[in-house]
Design a protein around this ligand. Structure first.
Ligand code: SF4
Length: 371
């Protein structure tokens, strides 16, 4: 017989404290949220709000904006007020911008107390201001900006170095009774990053923000993030994620959302089940899959559409899906909920599938299954 291997649900999450980033709960069993960061000058309020609107439409739940200058700090109040999703101000070195961000009503602030000069009394004041305003703080340790003391101690940014840095920074806030924190320990190497988060998860109960930093251009960054987040999330580690890509931030949201959907950590939306094609294919599967994907882009219902190249696995997969096509002999058999509803010539496959998908989506929306 087969060996007994118990199935382990991905959703068995590490127990963490819960913080509130505006209306979005992070940690404590809350659904894993997806975030990104704007690439506009924050001081350009119009462009920043426009990008935040695009990110929101793509499914972004929390957005971070950089705040390197006084003009950026001055823009925070309007951005925080007009954004549809909670805004986190990302601050380095300058405590005065931390106070500005808290006053501006930002939902959270990312700041590393270790890189603030004379942090001793500044941290106390930041802790007091954040606590009074109910503003959580993310401590974001990055391999690239690791404390010199720890670099000397460990020789390079090892998982231990990243974790020691994060816990030390957290302790600076804890000394003042402030524990409304989430933590990240990012590295560009997924293996180092995964080990760092594993150690961090075992060393504290703060919610964790996952990220592979400087992950690279879209293709490489997508794979690095998917591999690292997949490993950690399937161990229950991670409360919010940010995919970093050298690509427009909307792409980060698409990748992040797809990672969570693939792990079953959020309801699936549109899913295209298409075959890789092979020497048996009787249609151009790639073109068909691309055209169907483009035609159904933006669909919010959890629809599974099978696009199959021939009759070997075609009818089976098409039957399992809400909607599908199995091709053969220049024709496509269109399946809806397992039944062949029509056979159409190859040239009509795409429009017929889109047409049927719209009908099913309409029915699903009526029945209230939209995700
Ligand atoms: Fe090949 Fe047919 Fe399988 Fe597609 S469905 S990979 S064409 S055997």
């Amino acid at each position: 017989g087969l060996p007994e291997v118990p199935a382990r649900p991905v959703a068995e999450r590490r127990v963490s404290r819960r913080i509130q980033v505006g209306p979005v709960a992070v940690g404590g069993g809350a659904p894993v949220s997806v975030q990104s960061m704007t690439t506009t000058r924050t001081s350009d309020v119009g462009a920043t709000l426009q990008q935040i609107a695009e990110l929101t439409a793509a499914g972004c739940q929390i957005v971070r904006v950089a705040c390197p200058t006084q003009d950026d700090a001055d823009a925070l109040a309007t951005i925080a007020r007009k954004s549809q999703i909670p805004v986190i101000a990302d601050i380095h070195f300058q405590p005065k911008y931390v106070f500005a961000a808290i006053d501006a009503g930002c939902a959270a602030v990312r700041v590393n107390p270790g890189n603030i000069k004379k942090f001793d009394d500044q941290v106390k004041q930041i802790a007091r201001a954040a606590s009074e305003a109910g503003t959580p703080i993310r401590i974001g340790v990055n391999a690239g900006s690791l404390d010199r003391r720890l670099l000397q101690k460990y020789g390079r940014a090892t998982p231990e170095a990243l974790v020691e840095s994060a816990l030390w920074e957290a302790s600076l806030f804890e000394e003042h009774g402030f524990r409304d924190l989430k933590i990240s320990v990012k590295h560009n190497d997924p293996v180092v990053m995964v080990n760092a988060y594993r150690q961090l998860a075992a060393s504290c109960d703060y919610p964790l923000h996952l990220g592979v930093t400087e992950a690279g251009p879209a293709f490489q960054g997508t794979i690095k993030s998917a591999v690292a987040f997949g490993a950690l999330l399937s161990e229950g580690i991670g409360d919010t994620i940010r995919v970093s890509l050298s690509a427009p931030p909307v792409e980060e949201i698409k990748v992040g959302s797809q990672i969570l959907e693939s792990l079953g950590l959020r309801p699936r939306r549109l899913e295209i089940v298409s075959c890789p094609s092979c020497g048996r294919a009787q249609v151009d599967v790639y073109k068909l899959a691309d055209e169907v994907t483009a035609g159904l882009d933006g669909m919010e219902v959890p629809l599974r559409v099978a696009v199959m190249g021939c009759v070997v696995n075609g009818p089976g997969e098409a039957r399992e899906a809400d909607l599908g096509v199995a091709s053969g002999n220049g024709k496509g058999q269109i399946f809806v909920k397992g039944e062949v509803v029509r056979t159409v010539p190859e040239s009509k496959i795409v429009e017929t599938l889109i047409d049927e998908a719209m009908k099913i989506a309409e029915q699903m929306e009526k029945d209230g299954v939209a995700s």
